[in-house]
Design a binder for this molecule. Structure first.
Ligand SMILES: Cc1cc2nc3c(=O)[nH]c(=O)nc-3n(C[C@H](O)[C@H](O)[C@H](O)COP(=O)(O)OP(=O)(O)OC[C@H]3O[C@@H](n4cnc5c(N)ncnc54)[C@H](O)[C@@H]3O)c2cc1C
Length: 247
């Protein structure tokens, strides 16, 4: 496979690529697939933390080059040299969703990691985690590392009706709400506003949001406006943009 310009830039930045091989495939729903990867040594080089993600290099659908897409590490097992990536098998399909859809045991690819550490104040007593289903893997990693005793509000925007099959383990301190999709992200903000979240203590809460750009923008405005959360108590990140491939 030929290299694209991103690969050259990342190489120049010292970002190393690492071979991975598919060793397991689990379909939670027809549209949400977990791919287990073997990558001996790769995890040893990383400081594992919630929301940690990799660039997955997969064949382009329109040229002989490889392209990179971001995916969140779930279920890492450094001793076994394995981790998983959860894929939303979306339409219109892109190279990464297509790669995952057609993955078989033994299929190989490459991943690269660029450090971007999330730090959530251990004193936070309320976490607000908002996004679409591409953020679900990261949300599960935050839930797994949440400060003990914290209340967690998870709000996700999605169209499907089989959410009970998704890998989202919640405890008694976690509420999960599902918002209907819309073009502006207003549905998810309405859900945030309608819940008790309006009464949260801005100095002891943390908001994290990721997903489609407009959704994240709406949540960010809500966090900075009505919720009045200080900058260090929020992290919002676009994961993808409706109508645009990821480059
Ligand atoms: C840090 C980071 C972590 C991420 N973690 C995950 C993860 O764990 N799991 C995951 O599934 N995604 C994750 N994403 C999002 C994923 O990288 C994007 O959805 C990406 O665009 C998918 O690439 P693709 O090649 O399948 O589609 P692309 O070629 O990028 O896009 C093709 C078309 O599909 C549309 N599209 C892209 N994604 C979606 C979607 N989810 N739903 C509907 N339409 C879409 C685009 O707008 C475009 O029109 C993450 C992104 C980042 C930046």
């Amino acid at each position: 496979m030929a290299a694209n310009w991103q690969r050259g830039v990342l190489k120049a930045m010292g970002v190393k690529n690492h071979a991975v091989e598919v060793v397991g495939i689990t379909d939670f729903t027809p549209w949400y697939r977990r791919v287990r990867l073997s990558a001996p040594g790769f995890l040893d080089e990383l400081a594992l933390h919630p929301t940690i993600w990799v660039r997955l290099w997969v064949p382009s659908l329109s040229s002989d080059k490889v392209v990179q897409r971001g995916y969140t590490i779930v279920d890492p097992d450094p001793a076994a040299g394995e981790f998983s990536l959860d894929f939303v098998l979306h339409e219109p399909v892109g190279p990464a969703a297509s790669w995952a859809k057609h993955a078989t045991i033994g299929l190989r690819a490459e991943v690269a990691h660029t450090p971007q550490k999330l730090s959530i104040d251990a004193e936070s007593d309320t976490l607000v985690l908002a996004g679409d289903v591409t953020a679900l893997p990261a949300i599960t990693t935050i839930l797994g590392a949440a400060p003990e005793g914290a209340t967690k509000h998870v709000v996700i925007q999605d169209t499907h009706d089989d959410h009970d099959k998704l890998p989202l383990a919640v405890d008694a301190r976690t509420t999960v709400s599902w918002a209907e999709p819309d073009d502006t992200g207003s549905g998810i903000v309405d859900l945030l506003a309608a819940s008790l979240i309006e009464t949260l203590d801005a100095e002891r809460s943390y908001l994290w949001s990721a997903g489609e750009r407009k959704l994240v923008k709406a949540v960010r405005e809500h966090a900075r406006g009505p919720l009045a959360l200080p900058r260090h108590r929020q992290h919002t990140q676009y994961y993808w943009i409706f109508g645009h491939d990821a480059g």
